[in-house]
Design a protein around this ligand. Structure first.
Ligand code: CAA
Length: 240
C-alpha cells in the first residue's frame, strides 16, 4: 500500500509542486487548503490529488483533517508543513493581527499538525516531516519581523523534534527556499522585486519544482540518516 502524505497549503505554489511530485513518486497524497474552494477543487480535478479544507492555524481544524485522512487512507507517514502567508509591514506600523496571523499560520501550524501525527509515527517506527522555512528566516528581511520570526522558529522546532524522534525512525528536516516564482512573491511591488532578483547570483527566481525535488528526496526511504538539517535553495543569495 502507498504511504500517505499530507501537504499543508498543497494546492498552489510550492505546496502544489511538492504534492504533484510526491504523487508521481507513488505516495497517496492529500493536500490541505484554506482559501478558495473553487480553485482547490479545480486543482484536485486536474491532478487527481485529494484536497481537504483545513485552517492550519487552528489545532482542532488540523485534528479533524488528520482524522479524516486516517479514516480514509490510514496513518499519515509523511507530512510537509508548507502552508504560509505574508503580511509584510515595518514593525513600527504592524498591527497585532498582522503579527499573530503570520505566527499562527506559519509557526503554530507545525505544533497543530505534528502534535496530531507524531504519536502514531512513533508507534509505527517511521515518519518523515519536512517543513518549509525561508531565506528570510535565516537572514531577516525588511518588513518581515513576523514572517522571519516564524520561519526561524520552524528551524528550532524541527531540530528539537528531530532529537526527540531520531531513535524512532522519524526524520524532521527543513527546506529554506529563497525567492520562488509563486503568487506570494509575485505580489511584491515590481520595483522592489526587481531589486531582490538583482541580489540573486543565479539571476532568476526559483521554480517551485526545484523545491519539490529536494522534498521528494527528504521524504524517501533513502534519506533515513538526514535529520535536524536545514537546506537552503536560494540561488546563492544567502550563504551561511
Ligand atoms: N533595506 C533597507 N531599507 C529598505 C529596504 C531594504 N530592503 N526596503 C525599503 N527600505 C527603506 C526605504 O528605502 C524607505 O526608506 P526612506 O523612508 O528613508 O525612503 C523605507 O524603508 C520605506 O520603504 P517603502 O517605501 O518600501 O515602505 P513601505 O511601507 O511602502 O513598504 C515593505 C515596506 C512592505 C516592507 C516593502 O518594502 C516590501 O514589500 N518589501 C519587500 C519585503 C519582502 O521581501 N517580502 C518577501 C515576500 S515573499 C516571501 O516572503 C517568500 C520568501 O520566503 C522569500
Amino acid at each position: 500500500m502507498s504511504k500517505v502524505a499530507l501537504i499543508t497549503g498543497g494546492t498552489r505554489g510550492i505546496g502544489a509542486a511538492i504534492a504533484n511530485k510526491l504523487k508521481t513518486d507513488g505516495f497517496r497524497v492529500v493536500s490541505t487548503y484554506v482559501g478558495k474552494d473553487e480553485s482547490a477543487q479545480a486543482y484536485s480535478k486536474q491532478t487527481g490529488i485529494e484536497v481537504i479544507k483545513s485552517d492550519v492555524s487552528y489545532f482542532e481544524s488540523c485534528k479533524a483533517a488528520v482524522a479524516e485522512v486516517e479514516k480514509k487512507y490510514g496513518e499519515i507517514e509523511i507530512v510537509v508543513n508548507n502552508a504560509g502567508i505574508t503580511k509584510d509591514r515595518f514593525l513600527h506600523k504592524m498591527s497585532p493581527e498582522e503579527w499573530n496571523s503570520v505566527i499562527n499560520t506559519n509557526l503554530n501550524s507545525l505544533f497543530n499538525i505534528c502534535r496530531n501525527v507524531i504519536e502514531k509515527m512513533r508507534a509505527k517506527g517511521f515518519g518523515r516531516i519536512v517543513s518549509i522555512s525561508s531565506i528570510n528566516g535565516l537572514k531577516g528581511q525588511v518588513g518581515q519581523t513576523n514572517y522571519s520570526a516564524a520561519k526561524a522558529g520552524i528551524i528550532g522546532f524541527s531540530k528539537a523534534l528531530a532529537l526527540e524522534n531520531a531513535n524512532k525512525g522519524i526524520t524532521v528536516n527543513v527546506i529554506a527556499p529563497g525567492y520562488v516564482g509563486t503568487d506570494m512573491v509575485k505580489k511584491i511591488d515590481p520595483t522592489i522585486l526587481k531589486g531582490i532578483v538583482g541580489q540573486i547570483p543565479v539571476g532568476r527566481l526559483a521554480e517551485p519544482e526545484e523545491i519539490a525535488a529536494l522534498a521528494s528526496y527528504l521524504v524517501s526511504d533513502k534519506a533515513g540518516f538526514i535529520t535536524g538539517a536545514t537546506f537552503s535553495i536560494n540561488g546563492g543569495q544567502y550563504m551561511q
